[in-house]
Design a protein around this ligand. Structure first.
Ligand code: NAP
Ligand code: GDD
Length: 325
């Protein structure tokens, strides 16, 4: 029997890569999408199957993490073997503008989904998309033992969801895992995250379509990997013998400045001539330095990343050059 998975956030960067991975492994994949006034499923174009396809293995359902009843009904109807909670208001800077909404979707949304699983599919394996942002100002290297010090409404919500996942594992025996993933990017990254903003800016400036790029804190350091490597880790966690929490990271940190340097060099330009700091992109409280220690996942799950920092930057810039051509 094919395994059946439900993915929230399927239209996002990770959700689209995870759906592809699970389909390639023979899963029947169900994805939750929000209704929007324009098409929001472009990342799923390659795998979309319309309602007219008989016996389709990829099905999209309308729902919302703020609507507990829709989640309960979907889980009850689908009876998934695996549930991946990737849905979130995932932009840290935006979470300072809309903190209540962020907490509702990113924090309470996870609790609603855990309740739906507990009540309607208690044997399902559950994955929660926890985040290195939860470590906040805790000094690197960060691992599963590092105390959280969240620095944004988004991070506070993720900490709540993380603890809810652990609590449902302990209280109700759910096979619930939290993956504490460090930043992961790629060709499908949203345009307002710093890596894609830089990749797009470098490509456009290289093509003479843009004259400068406005950024915020250039000193922030992140442990950047590629999303395809990271969704593989999610799947491995739910294949383990017992539920647990894992840090997923490359173990290498680079600054925003270094990202700019490599991205602009890819199009033959000196970044310092084009990048300007604009205070509007600074955050009320910043996370300065994230660098993960993923020894546990590498040892217990056999996980390791394949894409290097330089390859990541080059792939993102090259994809933007193709987009713009
Ligand atoms: P993303 O591209 O921003 O995707 C977020 C997804 O959540 C989208 O499909 C979005 O739908 C959906 N969503 C937003 N609000 C929702 C709601 N109210 N109900 C249902 N779905 C909703 O994020 P990502 O980079 O793929 O990240 C996936 C998950 O991992 C997120 O939970 C994120 O917080 C977490 N995470 C990401 C990273 C990273 O570096 N990428 C690191 C650690 C953790 P629309 O398409 O309709 O907006
Ligand atoms: N977005 C953005 N835009 N960030 C900028 C800019 C800018 O113009 N200029 C500098 N930065 C800095 C931010 O201040 C931050 O320190 C760093 O670049 C990375 O910002 P983002 O790319 O927005 O990512 P993030 O680290 O805040 O959050 C991402 O990673 C988390 C995991 O650590 C998101 O994907 C979160 O959802 C995820 O949990």
């Amino acid at each position: 029997m094919n395994r059946r998975a439900l993915i929230t956030g399927v239209s996002g960067q990770d959700g689209s890569h995870l759906a592809e991975l699970l389909l390639s492994k023979g899963y029947e994949v169900h994805g939750l999408i929000r209704r929007s006034s324009s098409i929001s499923t472009t990342r799923l174009d390659g795998i979309y199957q319309g309602p007219e396809v008989a016996g389709r293995s990829f099905v999209l359902h309308y729902g919302d993490l703020t609507d507990g009843q829709s989640l309960a009904r979907l889980v009850a109807d689908i009876q998934p073997d695996e549930v991946y909670n990737l849905g979130a208001q995932s932009h840290v800077a935006v979470s300072f503008e809309i903190p209540e909404f962020t907490f509702d979707v990113t924090g309470q949304g996870a609790l609603r989904l855990l309740e739906a699983v507990r009540n309607h599919a208690p044997a399902a394996r559950f994955y929660q998309a926890s985040s290195s942002e939860m470590f906040g100002s805790a000094p690197p290297p960060q691992n599963e033992q590092t105390a959280f010090h969240p620095r944004s409404p988004y991070a506070v919500a993720k900490v709540a969801a993380h603890y809810a996942t652990q609590n449902y594992r302990e209280a109700y025996g759910l096979f619930a895992c939290a993956g504490i993933l460090f930043n992961h990017e790629g060709e499908r990254r949203g345009e307002t995250f710093v890596t894609q903003k830089i990749a797009r800016g470098a490509a456009r400036i290289g093509q003479g379509r843009q004259s400068e790029l406005l950024l915020g804190n250039l000193d922030a350091r992140r442990d950047w990997g590629h999303a395809v490597d990271y969704v593989h880790a999610m799947w491995l966690m739910l294949r383990a013998d017992a539920p647990d929490d894992y840090v997923i990271a490359t173990g290498e940190a680079h600054s925003v400045r270094e990202f700019c340097q490599l991205a602009f060099a890819r199009v033959g330009l000196d970044w310092e001539r084009y990048v300007k700091v604009d205070e509007r992109y600074l955050r009320p409280s910043e996370v300065d330095h994230l660098c993960g220690d993923s020894t546990k996942a590498r040892t217990a799950l056999g996980w390791q990343p394949d894409v290097s920092f330089e390859q990541l930057v080059h792939r993102m810039v090259d994809a933007q050059l193709e987009n713009e051509s």
